[in-house]
Design a protein around this ligand. Structure first.
Ligand SMILES: [Ca+2]
Ligand SMILES: [Ca+2]
Ligand SMILES: [Zn+2]
Length: 574
C-alpha cells in the first residue's frame, strides 16, 4: 500500500514537473531568444504584468546598459488572452549578451539574448543543414551526434499494381515520418532555391556539414540536388509525376533503418507534375553555372512535365489527389492546380524565354488574381507567381499587368499588417487561422511582407516580417523558440521519429515545428480557449509539434533573407 502510494506520488510529481515545463509562467518577459540585429527595432514583451520602467543588463558583467520606459500596454487579445506591455530598447545597439530586468512593482527577468550584427545566420544554416538529416537511402554520418544507417532501399512497387516497380530511392524524408511527397519536396526545394537566387553571394561551398562540402558548388545547391535527383526518378515516361511514395498506414515510430512498412508509389497527379515542372525549371537556372549537364537534364524533365500538363488540361485526378480508402497518412491533395501550372509557365519562361509560356501565364492572370492570396504553401503558390511575374524582365511589354501584380502584393501586405497590429505578439496569423502548421502560415505571410518591402522599399513591411521572425524565435506566449536548436530556450521534443529514436538527447537542430493548432487536444483532453495557446512541446502531439520540410523551408527563406551567412559555416556539432 505504502509503496504504491509512493509510486503514485512519484508519478504525480513527474506529471506536475513535466506539465509545468510545457508552460511559460503566466507573467514573464518574452524576447527573441535567438537575438536582435544591431540596427533593427528591438522590443521585448512584458506579459500579463505592467511596469513603468525596465533595465537591459549585460549578462556577462551585470552592469545596466540601458534603462527604458515601458511603452504601450495592450489588453488581452483573442488569440492568446495575454496582456502585453512593450519594452522598447531599439537605441541599444552594442553587440553583446543581455537580459531584461523589471524591478517594480514585481521583479521579472527575461532569458538571455544576443544583440549582434548578424544573429540569424546560425539559425539559417541550421535550417538548411537539417535537410541532410532527412536524406533517405544513404548513410547519414557527419561526426555529429545525429546519424543513421542507410534506409528505405526497397522503394517501391506501385500501389494497386505491385508487379510494377520503379527505383525511387533517395530524396528527403518528409516530416516526422519517412514518406516522400513530390509536391512537398518540390515546394521545399523551390523555397531554398529562391533563397539562393535572392542573393547567391550568401551561399558558399564549405558552409554545411555535408559530404559535398568541398566540391566547388554552394552547399545549399548540393543539398537541394539530393532532393532533385529523387524528384527526377518520380517522373513517369509520359512526363507525369507520381504523387508520393508512402506506406499504407502509420504503425509506430522507428529509426529510418528499422521502418518495417512496405512503401508504395502512388498515381501521377497534375499538381505534383506542375510543381515538379516549376521546380526543375527554376533549378535548371540555378545549376547552369555549376553543373550544365544537370541543368540540361532538369530542363528536359521540366519540358516533358509541361507537355504532359498541356495534354491533360484538367486536374488529375479530378478534385486533386486523394488517398485510396485503405491508405492513411499524408495526402497532400490540391483541388486547384492552376497556380502550380502558372508557376511552371513562369519558371519555364524565365529559363527558355519562349513566349508560349508567358502567354499561358498572362492568359490565366485574372483567374488567379481575383482570388485572395492564400498562405504560401505546397498547395498554393499564388504569392510566388505574382512576385515572379512582377519581377520578370519583359522589356517594355506587360507593364500594366505587372503593376497589377505589384498592387495585389501590396494590398495583401497591408491587410496582413492590420492583422498583425491586432495581435499582441505581432503574429501575422489571424486568430481564426491557427490550424495545423500555423507557424509556417505566419512565416509565409512574412514572405509576403518581404516582397512588399522589395517592391516599395518601405520599412514597415520589413519590420512586420522581422516581427514574425521574433515570434517564432521565442517572442511568443510560451517564450519558446519554435525551431529546434535555435535560441537560448528552444523546442526539445518535436514529433520527429529520428530525433525520438536515435538515443541523442537534443533533437536534430534547425527544424520548425507546426505550432499552435486550435483544432487539437493537449494531452488528450484539455483545450485552451485561446488558439495561440493550443500548443505543447510534446513528442506525441504531432498536431502541434511535428516538423516538416516545407515548414522549415519557409523559415529558412525568411531567416535567410535577414542574415548574411557567407561569413559563417556550420560547426561540426551541427
Ligand atoms: Ca559543396
Ligand atoms: Ca494549388
Ligand atoms: Zn529513408
Amino acid at each position: 500500500m505504502e509503496s504504491s502510494n509512493q509510486f503514485l506520488i512519484v508519478l504525480l510529481s513527474v506529471f506536475i514537473i513535466h506539465g509545468c515545463a510545457q508552460k511559460a509562467p503566466a507573467e514573464f518577459i518574452a524576447v527573441n531568444l535567438a537575438g536582435y540585429q544591431m540596427d533593427d527595432n528591438k522590443e521585448a514583451f512584458l506579459v500579463n504584468a505592467q511596469a513603468s520602467t525596465f533595465e537591459v543588463v549585460n549578462s556577462l558583467y551585470g552592469d545596466i546598459v540601458y534603462t527604458g520606459t515601458a511603452k504601450e500596454h495592450y489588453q488581452s487579445d483573442p488569440a492568446s488572452g495575454d496582456e502585453v506591455t512593450i519594452l522598447d530598447f531599439t537605441v541599444l545597439d552594442s553587440p553583446g549578451l543581455y537580459f531584461i530586468r523589471v524591478k517594480e512593482p514585481i521583479p521579472y527577468l527575461s532569458e538571455t539574448f544576443e544583440i549582434a550584427a548578424d544573429p540569424y545566420s546560425d539559425a539559417t544554416l541550421k535550417a538548411i543543414q537539417s535537410y541532410y538529416y532527412h536524406r533517405c537511402g544513404t548513410k547519414v554520418e557527419n561526426s555529429t551526434p545525429w546519424s543513421y544507417q542507410i534506409c528505405h532501399l526497397e522503394d517501391a512497387p506501385f500501389y494497386g499494381n505491385i508487379e510494377r516497380r520503379k527505383e525511387v530511392t533517395g530524396g528527403w524524408h518528409d516530416a516526422g515520418d519517412y514518406n516522400k511527397f513530390s509536391v512537398n519536396t518540390s515546394f521545399s526545394v523551390a523555397m531554398l532555391l529562391y533563397l539562393y537566387e535572392s542573393d547567391p553571394a550568401k551561399f558558399l561551398d564549405g558552409q554545411l556539414n555535408i559530404p559535398e562540402n568541398n566540391n566547388g558548388i554552394p552547399d545549399i545547391l548540393d543539398e537541394t540536388k539530393w532532393a532533385l535527383d529523387w524528384l527526377l526518378k518520380m517522373q513517369d515516361s509520359n512526363g507525369g509525376v507520381f504523387h508520393k511514395v508512402s506506406q499504407k498506414k502509420w504503425v509506430g515510430e522507428f529509426l529510418p533503418t528499422n521502418d518495417p512498412t512496405q512503401r508504395y508509389i502512388f498515381n501521377v497527379s497534375s499538381a505534383a507534375t506542375a510543381s515538379f515542372a516549376a521546380t526543375t525549371a527554376l533549378a535548371s537556372q540555378m545549376y547552369v553555372d555549376f553543373d550544365p549537364i544537370f541543368a540540361q537534364e532538369l530542363e528536359r524533365a521540366s519540358i516533358r512535365a509541361w507537355k504532359y500538363l498541356q495534354q491533360n488540361p484538367i486536374d488529375i485526378p479530378l478534385g486533386g489527389f486523394e488517398n485510396p480508402k485503405d491508405v492513411q497518412g499524408g495526402e497532400y491533395g490540391d483541388n486547384d492546380d492552376l497556380d502550380e501550372r502558372m508557376w511552371a509557365s513562369l519558371e519555364l519562361f524565365k529559363l527558355t524565354s519562349d513566349e508560349k509560356y508567358l502567354r499561358y501565364y498572362t492568359g490565366n492572370f485574372w483567374k488567379i488574381s481575383k482570388n485572395k492570396i492564400q498562405p504560401l504553401s505546397w498547395r498554393n503558390v499564388s504569392s510566388i507567381i505574382l512576385n515572379g511575374f512582377y519581377n520578370l524582365d519583359t522589356g517594355s511589354k506587360l507593364g500594366s499587368l505587372k503593376e497589377s501584380a505589384g498592387s495585389l502584393i501590396i494590398a495583401h501586405a497591408d491587410a496582413l499588417l492590420k492583422v498583425q497590429a491586432k495581435n499582441n505578439y505581432k503574429n501575422l496569423v489571424k486568430h481564426t487561422e491557427y490550424y495545423w502548421g500555423s507557424n509556417s502560415v505566419g512565416l509565409a505571410y512574412a514572405y509576403d511582407l518581404i516582397k512588399a518591402y522589395e517592391i516599395t522599399g518601405q520599412e514597415h513591411y520589413k519590420t512586420g516580417a522581422l516581427d514574425q521572425l521574433h515570434f517564432v524565435m521565442g517572442r511568443n506566449t510560451f517564450n519558446l523558440s519554435q525551431i529546434t536548436g535555435v535560441g537560448t530556450r528552444a523546442v526539445r521534443y518535436p514529433y520527429h521519429q529520428l530525433s525520438e529514436k536515435d538515443g541523442v538527447v537534443e533533437p536534430v537542430p534547425g527544424m520548425l515545428v507546426g505550432g499552435p493548432n486550435n483544432h487539437t487536444h493537449l494531452r488528450g483532453n484539455e483545450i485552451s480557449p485561446f488558439p495561440a495557446k493550443n500548443y505543447e512541446d510534446e513528442f506525441k502531439n504531432y498536431l502541434v509539434n511535428e516538423v516538416a520540410i516545407n515548414y522549415t523551408a519557409v523559415f529558412a527563406y525568411v531567416s535567410g533573407y535577414f542574415s548574411s551567412p557567407s561569413n559563417h559555416n556550420i560547426l561540426t556539432k551541427n
